[in-house]
Design a protein around this ligand. Sequence first.
Ligand SMILES: CNc1nc2c(CCNCC3CCCCC3)c3nc(N)[nH]c(=O)c3cc2[nH]1
Ligand SMILES: [Zn+2]
Length: 371
Amino acid sequence: EVSITKFPADERKIIAKAHDKYKKARAGIINTRHGQIHTPAFMPVGTKGTVKAMLPESVQTTGADIILGNTYHLMLQPGAKRVFKLGGLHKFMNWSKPLLTDSGGFQVMSLSKLRKITEEGVIFNSHIDGSKFMLSPESSTEIQYLLGSTITMAFDECTPYPSTYEQAKSSMELTSRWAKRSRKAFYSRDGYGQFGIIQGSIYNDLRLKSALDLIELDFEGYAIGGLAVGEGQELMFKVLDYAPDLLPINKPRYLMGVGKPADIIGAVQRGIDMFDCVIPTRSGRNGQAFTKYGVVNIRNSKYKEDNTPLEEDCLCPACKNYTKAYLHYLVKVKEILGAMLMTWHNLMYFQKLMLRIREYIAQGKDFDFIS
Ligand SMILES: CNc1nc2c(CCNCC3CCCCC3)c3nc(N)[nH]c(=O)c3cc2[nH]1
Ligand SMILES: [Zn+2]
């Protein structure tokens, strides 16, 4: 029977670290209806039903087990009911592996114009044509069902940073009430799961209360929200020094919106299993390549006659068949192939990082220095 098992708890695949600094790092497998997810996992972002500039089969060759769909964009255009009628997002975008969709609240706050937060949900105007929409725990959960998400996120409010204690408290309490309604609206099926999202900003008692409220709802996994919202790495790690431990040890923990390689390594060391971030795709299109030598801004004129690959031992098409000079040229003249090759390399880089982290954990080795 395939289900979103947390980690094969009986086999305790969670490998507690010998070295006390890494005792919270763990490697595991999440079994879903659409295949396995090896954790720690990086999830590329597919904003409008596609990982920009990539074919799904290319995303697969980078090693990604799961990608993100986008509830906010897809509900506006082409509409969740239409995607459902067309066979669901997996079929629509030709991605047969796991799909995680965010609940949409975060995108509404960052993308839509006029919007109003009420107890019921968020009322907003589409950034496309200004028409009026409402996202609520019920409608968000239904939209994610219609899209066919493997992992559905509870509808939450991402508490802005900075927030006073009072602001963070009332925001977290709203998220707890919405989580209850999201859980009630979720149609549970084997191999599919719903994750709760804890809030509480930087206040540890609020983070604890949020975790207790959500643990009661027995989600298949838990996300830590309200981070990577401008607080900076130091403060984020301060919260991560305790927040993951508030969550059930045998269920997946997802840190939303993170992050750069160093952020990912630090968060894995603190017990996080899943990540999503637009950095490899968005910065790739903007000419930034992640390499073992650091970030290469390929538009820099020092590369215009550099006949060497980004990374001599990288197996991606950009490194196997092309030079920095060619990538420099393509990005400068805004050729589509430039976006494709830079994105492909960055996704490969992030997946290689996750693979090495999983290997180091499995071998009981420290993985502080890799990035
Ligand atoms: C970048 N930092 C950050 N992102 C957060 C996100 C979004 C995570 N990424 C979703 C994808 C974005 C691109 C399109 C597809 C969905 C957060 N989402 C929710 N629901 N709650 C957060 O507290 C929450 C907090 C976040 N912090
Ligand atoms: Zn490469």
